[in-house]
Unconditional design. Structure first.
Length: 293
């Protein structure tokens, strides 16, 4: 059955591939963009050809008013909303100390608070329907082995992951499902092309001090790992598979790419511990979404 889907973060590679894959699968996909004045800066409008349904809609994930207005318009146009894909993100790399507090606040605003704004706008409709799906694009850096100079980014993804788990339990009795998609973040290019600290003086102290060779060693070693990083198309295909799964059969978590940092192993233990705790305190039922007919 065709679903009405909102995807944030169309500017990044996973977002573009996900929009195309979902639209080509026959779903009505709304792509969040700050500006839709006719420019297709992210190359997603091509997915709207050949009978597919991809629609751009102006909303800024950093603005509560903008997000609320966009979701209201989508619901009014379709009389429903089925899936939210939280994919908006910013990647940064560098010594944690060298990132200014304002930089960290901006990072958390994009990587975490944007999801909260969208949830607050969309969840009343999903809860009213008694069925819906939240897909959260996390990162293996949230739970895996810590790569030097990735602390700022990893901490934002860890926050998103924790928020997703909280929502999973709170929404299960409303019939709203949760899937956390965890791509590997080990490809060195992932870091090289990312944002940098604004406090260049402190960054240079790390570059000239006893940590001068840390980045080169880490990135060189990561490049030599035998397994290849996941591709955006692989992640997009898996997201589309999750969307098309029957209600109640969607997994809580899906990992992609090599598990060289151990994220999948850590998540397996952590999710098992969470499930056991919920059983012990009498909330086993929220491990699966309730079917509301």
């Amino acid at each position: 059955m065709s679903k009405v889907i909102v995807v944030t973060g169309a500017a990044n590679s996973i977002g573009r591939s996900t929009c195309r894959k979902l639209a080509q699968a026959g779903h009505t996909v709304y792509v969040s963009m700050r500006d839709i004045d006719g420019r297709d800066e992210h190359g997603v409008e091509a997915a709207g050809t050949h009978g597919t349904e991809l629609r751009t809609i102006a909303f800024d994930v950093s603005s509560e008013a903008s997000v609320n207005s966009a979701i209201d318009a989508i619901v009014a146009e379709n009389n429903r909303l089925d899936v939210i894909v939280h994919n908006a993100r910013q990647v940064v790399y560098g010594p944690a100390e060298a990132f200014t507090p304002d930089q960290l606040a901006e990072l958390y605003d994009i990587n975490v608070l944007s999801a909260q704004r969208l949830n607050r706008a969309a969840l009343p409709q999903l809860r009213k329907q008694g069925q819906g799906l939240l897909i959260w694009i996390s990162s293996s850096s949230a739970r895996g082995g810590s790569v030097p100079f990735l602390g700022a980014y990893a901490s934002s993804k860890a926050a998103l992951d924790a928020l997703a788990l909280g929502y999973a339990g709170e929404l299960a009795r409303w019939g709203v499902e949760t899937t956390i998609v965890v791509p590997s973040a080990l490809g060195p290019g992932h870091y090289i092309r990312s944002g940098r600290p604004l406090d260049t003086v402190r960054a240079e102290e790390y570059a000239d001090g006893p940590t001068a060779d840390v980045s080169e060693i880490a990135l060189s070693a990561l490049a030599q790992l035998p397994a290849k990083d996941r591709t955006p198309q692989d992640v997009a295909a898996a997201i589309a598979d999750v969307v098309d799964m029957p209600f109640g059969q969607r997994p809580l978590r899906v990992h992609f790419g090599p598990d060289d940092d151990g994220a999948a192993a850590v998540d397996a233990i952590a999710d098992s511990v969470r499930a056991e705790l919920l059983r012990r305190i009498g909330l086993e039922d929220i491990l699966k979404p309730a079917f509301i007919g």
